[in-house]
Design a protein around this ligand. Structure first.
Ligand code: PGA
Length: 235
């Protein structure tokens, strides 16, 4: 299982450092076989910890250059980071990132050997149109993406489930992950209102290899409790 925390525009440098310190300690004590990734905001980027991989929520597909407001490979390398999130629906929809640009980012960071958590997800009207419409929509979001890239992690995040408190139903998750699994051998995470009360049933769905968590990851106790729910520490 992979547990990934997406802070979005929450947490400062100081609170992120405190969070990572606390979580790393809990993980060291629990000795979980889980992989843990935390995506803090760009200003709080810092080296990965012993038990936590730190990743960037976004990065521009260049080493450096005239790209006002962006960070690139040089800025990530300063912290020894090699994990990046690409294609989150907030970047697609709010920041207007197009598929072609996402494919360019993917190719650039894959070319530099990064672990890439690549997000896809459909809006509500597509979900309401049925499984076939969802499949078609999602596969289009893989245009230009190398599905065989060895450090690819896919995150399926239905847009209507993100931050709404309404996670997809287990049947919807199962059907969608099975569809993605037809062509993707790499880990597939589910994201969208994952919380301590639904983690167990979501994690038990076939082809769910982990979760990408927003709101419920912001407090260490809450994020850690997702892991505890699946595997209570041995005493
Ligand atoms: P949420 O966000 O857990 O708050 O729904 C998930 C995400 O956007 O990655």
């Amino acid at each position: 299982m992979i547990f990934a925390a997406n802070f979005k525009m929450h947490h400062t440098r100081a609170s992120t450092t405190e969070y990572l310190d606390q979580l790393d300690k809990l993980l060291a004590e629990a000795e979980y076989p889980f992989k843990t990734i935390v995506f803090p905001p760009a200003t709080a980027l810092q080296p990965s910890r012993e038990w936590i991989t730190v990743g960037a929520q976004n990065a521009y597909p260049e080493e450096r250059g005239a790209f006002t407001g962006e960070i690139g490979l040089d800025q990530l390398k300063e912290f020894g980071l090699d994990t990046v999130l690409i294609g989150h629906s907030e970047r697609r929809n709010i920041l207007g990132e197009e598929q072609e640009f996402l494919a360019k980012k993917f190719a650039f960071y894959a070319g530099h050997g990064f672990q890439i958590v690549y997000c896809v997800g459909e809006p509500l009207e597509v979900r309401e149109a049925g499984d076939e419409a969802v499949a078609e929509y999602l596969w289009e979001q893989f245009d230009g993406i190398d599905l065989d890239y060895e450090r690819l992690v896919v995150a399926y995040e239905p847009i209507w489930a993100i931050g709404t408190g309404r996670a997809a139903k287990v049947e919807e998750i199962a059907a969608t992950h099975a569809e993605l699994r037809r062509r993707i051998a790499r880990p597939i995470l589910y994201g969208g209102s994952v919380k301590p009360t639904n983690i167990k049933e979501i994690a038990s769905v076939k082809d769910v290899d982990g979760v990408l968590v927003g709101g419920a990851s912001l407090e260490v106790e809450s994020f850690f409790s997702l892991m505890v729910a699946i595997a209570p520490p041995q005493v």
